[in-house]
Design a protein around this ligand. Structure first.
Ligand code: C2E
Ligand code: CA
Ligand code: CA
Length: 467
């Protein structure tokens, strides 16, 4: 009897009683950890119809299969899918509008993750279920509430989720999910809008690359550029990569966008070379997810061949998280990239795991110290010490160091004193469009031909770093 109170007989999933117990437990835990939890209400629209046409057994099988499918989207042993409406009751008294499943997600750091999971849940119903040899399509709508924002008790939280679910039912189209709180709804709406507009961005020619110079501290000259993606959309105006790249990563569009970036940077480099403009190497940012693509290597080689480029003109910047628990295939892809002569660097060093083991094992070309450290130079004694240590560790591992986000002269001076190889930041130049890159390089080339002007500032680049 105790078991039947906690687990639904038909599906084996937790019942509402156990669901609420778990929420209560997680509320206490998330208060201690200062994290969030999400409670979802999921309603499957078609159950009642199935009951009428295929009978009670079929609708029960379908509910069980839906519960199983929802579980595949969630983290095993961490999240909970519960049957909150008693199936018998739901089916026999035809409570078509009653939500069937309750879901509890724990340890939420960002609400974006919840949006992502809700979308995946809706998508998981794209494929039909086979019930008694019949293909059955179902649609789901979802409502979600977040602790601590939308309620204090399990009852309050679940009821806000149900209200959101009822609103979500009114939305036409496929993505019927809503947050209980208005602010989150607005955020979710913007994200969805960004995601749908991103689909057409390449086709509509809305992406551009800007380039930011890297200064070689030994010569005081520009030694290469980092390409940075820009998106100008008709409806949204300019949207920063910090805003749309994570969305593209979640929705799987990042591979197509990453491909466009690499292709465009290579084509640009070829154009400059043909014009006799020596820009040095071009660094391209790559999302760790791109390393999972099975055809990544072939595609990179194809692009290099098309523009007759040697790999050593290119550099790939990957953030630390890309190197987290890489599988054998990923490591093999990294090796193949390095074998093409492309340099691989670790971006944003110091913000994530800062694992020395990765630095040792991956034989990377270099690391970029995150701009948050650079901003603290001479403001915070520890920042100076930390930067000195990072540079010294990097050098002992034979890695070259780029400091990003250099905005002031005193920061540049300190980094040069420590032997940092490259500097990048607004102090020298903002990321600029291709036409300005040409002007900048031509200015630098002219200055180096003319000794009298070599001390002159060229567009903010001060060629005075020769020690
Ligand atoms: P990131 O790779 O760390 O790039 C450096 C960011 O700092 C850029 O922001 C750049 O414009 C900005 N920045 C450069 N110098 C300074 C400075 O002196 N001060 C300050 N405050 N900021 C400076 P942006 O262009 O908005 O790019 C943000 C992030 O978006 C990048 O961070 C990168 O992670 C990502 N991203 C940009 N383009 C791409 C791309 O093509 N592919 C992928 N996967 N990610 C990209
Ligand atoms: Ca970067
Ligand atoms: Ca950074």
């Amino acid at each position: 009897m105790e078991h039947n109170k906690l687990y639904d007989v038909g599906t084996g999933l937790p019942t509402r009683s156990l669901f609420e117990d778990r929420i209560l437990h997680e509320i206490a835990r998330s208060k201690r950890l200062d994290s969030m939890i999400a409670i979802m209400s999921v309603s499957i629209d078609t159950i009642n119809r199935i009951h009428e046409t295929h009978g009670h057994k079929a609708s029960e099988l379908l509910i069980k299969a839906c519960g199983h499918r929802l579980n595949t989207v969630l983290r095993e042993d961490i999240d909970t899918v519960a049957v909150v409406g008693n199936i018998e009751k739901v089916v026999t008294i035809s409570l078509i509008n009653q939500a069937e499943f309750g879901i509890l997600l724990t340890d939420i750091i960002q609400t974006d993750h919840v949006t992502w999971i809700m979308k995946r849940m809706v998508d998981s119903f794209d494929n039909p279920f086979i019930i008694n040899d019949n293909e059955v399509y179902v649609t789901a709508c979802l409502g979600v509430s977040i602790f601590p924002h939308d309620g204090k008790t399990p009852e309050e939280l679940y009821s806000s989720a149900c209200n959101a679910c009822n609103f979500a039912r009114k939305i036409s189209g496929k993505d019927r999910y809503l947050f209980a709180s208005d602010n989150l709804n607005k955020k979710a709406a913007t994200q969805l809008q960004i995601e749908s507009l991103l689909h057409e961005a390449i086709l509509k020619n809305e992406f551009h690359l800007h380039y930011q110079p890297k200064i070689n501290t030994a010569t005081g000259q520009i030694d290469g550029f980092e390409s940075l993606l820009r998106w100008q959309n008709e409806q949204l105006g300019p949207v920063g990569p910090d805003q749309f790249i994570p969305i593209a990563e979640q929705s799987g569009q990042i591979n197509k966008i990453g491909d466009w970036v690499f292709y465009t940077a290579c084509r640009q480099l070829r154009d400059w070379m043909d014009m006799g403009i020596e820009v040095g190497s071009i660094a391209v940012n790559m999302s760790g997810l791109q390393l999972d693509q099975h055809n990544l290597i072939t595609r990179i080689q194809e692009i290099l061949d098309e523009f007759k480029l040697d790999g050593h003109y290119l550099e790939i910047e990957l953030t630390e998280s890309s190197f987290l628990n890489p599988d054998k295939k990923t490591l093999a892809r990294l090796d193949r990239i390095k074998n093409m002569g492309i340099r691989v660097s670790m971006d944003d060093f110091g913000t994530g795991y800062s694992s020395l083991a990765y630095l040792r094992d991956l034989s990377l070309f270099g690391l970029k110290i995150d701009q948050s450290f650079i901003a603290d130079i001479n403001k915070d004694k520890n920042a100076n010490k930390l930067i000195a240590s990072i540079i010294s560790i990097a050098h002992s591992l034979k890695l070259e160091v780029v400091a990003e986000g250099v905005e002031e002269k005193h920061q540049a001076d300190y980094l040069i004193e420590l032997g940092c190889e490259y500097l990048q930041g607004y102090y020298f130049s903002r990321p600029i469009p291709p036409q300005e890159v040409m002007d900048l390089i031509q200015g630098q080339q002219a200055a180096s031909h003319d000794k009298r002007t070599s001390e002159r500032e060229i567009k903010g680049i001060t060629p005075c770093f020769k020690k």
